[in-house]
Design a protein around this ligand. Structure first.
Ligand code: FES
Length: 153
């Protein structure tokens, strides 16, 4: 009985995987199933939260040292492609200077993921826009560091 269950579960798992491969690139599936940089960075230097037109929200946290993104992480309540996009945009931002990170576009995320179906394109835009918000937040706090002590976002 258990063996039968195991076999049918494996078959189901395989067929789900094959369906996903028909729609998404291997990179997207990899970042969706094993997201990098998931979760909050405590004592972050920049934070962005954006809700897209689909109603899903993404958050990005940045740790910045000497004008360079030392660490970046994300959280989302969105779909699989948004998880893959948050994972990829934070990977792209890490190690870049703030001005380089500011230039990361939706297309960069899309290219790095190996493309997405038309109806998931907005998920990469959500990730790129959330990164921009987090950078804006970092730059605003850099000008007025006293606000950080009061937890003003
Ligand atoms: Fe909302 Fe993908 S459907 S972010």
């Amino acid at each position: 009985m258990t063996e039968e269950f195991d076999d049918s579960f494996k078959e189901l798992e395989q067929s789900v995987m094959e369906d996903m491969k028909r729609v998404y690139s291997e990179k997207t599936i990899d970042h969706f199933l094993s997201p990098r940089n998931l979760g909050e960075i405590p004592a972050h230097d920049g934070f962005g939260r954006v809700t897209g037109p689909c109603g899903d929200t993404m958050e990005i946290y940045l740790k910045v040292r000497d004008g360079r993104v030392m660490n970046a992480s994300f959280w989302t309540d969105g779909c699989g492609p948004s998880i893959a996009s948050g994972s990829m945009v934070t990977e792209l931002a890490k190690g870049k200077s703030i001005s380089e990170a500011q230039k990361i576009t939706q297309q960069d995320v899309l290219d790095a993921l190996g493309g997405l179906p038309e109806d998931s394109l907005h998920c990469t835009l959500l990730a790129a826009n959330t990164l921009k918000e987090a950078i804006k937040d970092y730059l605003a706090f850099r000008k007025e560091p006293w606000k950080r002590a009061y937890g003003v976002h």
